[in-house]
Ligand binder design. Sequence first.
Ligand SMILES: [Zn+2]
Length: 185
Amino acid sequence: MKVLKLSAQGLPQSWITLEEAALHYAADDVRWEVGGEIACFRGGHNAVTGLQSVIHINSIIGTRGAPSINLCSLTPALTNGKLFTRDRCICAYCGRHFNDQELTREHIVPVAAGGQDLWMNLVTACRSCNHRKGARTPEQARMPLLYAPYVPSLWEDFILRNRRILADQMEFLLAHVPKSSRWRS
Ligand SMILES: [Zn+2]
């Protein structure tokens, strides 16, 4: 379980552990909270009052400090895990669902023909379809794409980075994802 950490301005910063979130609370860095309480840490007893300190951790927190990302020039880093999640683990050629181990990073325009390692030139394909297509374009191989590639937005990137997103976190992120995204369908 992770906490979605946002900047004070509300831009996503990172997924952090409960322990990391507790440190932000303890340092009084948390400016606001969204979502529900997901954990509660109990600390030591106050020597004067005898009361035990308690930290309630919410699923989404806004912390002080400037965002470390430049929204304008942002293309989310590419990993196979995020690519497969973007494409819902569905092969772009046969349309079947596979486990990560059976999926590959498929270059639509093959590398041999100058195709680049970019979000817009990549889809998810199963091993057998990738092998069958080989170093050809979909047209040459007569294997039309069942869906189109796209570059995920910053908000969507946070959905792709974490496969165990809580319902209120997903709702929060989806509210910022364009309607054209596969996640809104
Ligand atoms: Zn396939």
